[in-house]
Design a protein around this ligand. Sequence first.
Ligand code: SF4
Length: 363
Amino acid sequence: MDEKIRSRRKFCREITSLSLVGILPVPVLHACFSGESENPGNQLMTDMSKADQKKNNFFEPGYLRLHRTGELRARADVLWEMMNVCRLCPRKCGSDRISGQKGAYCKATSQLRVSSYNPHFGEEKPLVGTNGSGTVFFTHCGLLCVFCINWEVSQGGMGKDTGIKQLSDMMLRLQKMGCHNINVVSPSHYSPHILLALDRAASEGLRLPLVYNTSGFERLEILKILDGIVDIYLSDFKYFDSEMSAKYSPGAETYPEVTKKALIEMNRQVGIADPKANSGILQRGLIIRHLVMPNNVGNTDQLLEWIAGNLPRNTYVNLMSQYTPVFRADEYPEINRRITVKEYRNAIKSAIGAGLTNLDIQG
Ligand code: SF4
């Protein structure tokens, strides 16, 4: 091997190590590849032995291995086929999205729509780090919550038609900006598009962990297809009672049962979220978000007891206090206010009383 190339590769390995421990920003890492390969990410993967990876605390997102074997593309195709009679989410409404049929609960067709993408600093600290979480917000959602804070996007259709290549370029751009992960927000109805874009971005050097930022209303069959692709599940667990989910997320009476099974599967796939293992930046694991609602609409105490009894007690649970009565909340007097300090404190007491040990508590 040419001495110049050997020396450049040595330099890349050293600089990679510095970047991964947060000493250098990721753009510097990218700059060091220029001129060596048209496909810098793959080149790096080929060059580094397993011993090198261990030595450098090298993180490889799950989807890279599946990309190399062609499995990622194959799974994207399986999901794409499901849009013929759509059953990508637990609504299983059967809309023919490929031919653009209207009538889907989520209002999505096969045309991808993206509302925005940017480094985001409002997510959990282990996702935000110093440079932000690389969020991509997708238009539409199948859960239809009457209190949705992003209702213009999730139910109003706000966003732009976007191609797979564009989505892939967004991911690469977020990586170049130094984000610590790619965080796909409301991904369920666009999971085929996300996998296709990920496959393309992987071939061009994407190597950030993938965060699947979901309402928790996920089919087991779909989660099994995502096994090995998603590094971090960031999942809501909103309601414990089906009457509540049916009322505030119209028609979603199966939400509690579906979400319980989904959380168990997510935990099986990625395990406990332990940011300490990587200087405070999360690379793998499950984070559960519970939005504390007024008048205990979510049945917070029982919901937390369920988590403590069915998942490891050190499961990362974020107790969210920011409920705001927006969109159609004024049609329901019981949820048409913010929560009180006492309601939030009760939620904390319930979590501690249930034995949960890895709590993200606000304020
Ligand atoms: S993703 Fe949308 S179209 Fe597909 S089953 Fe769910 S609500 Fe229906």
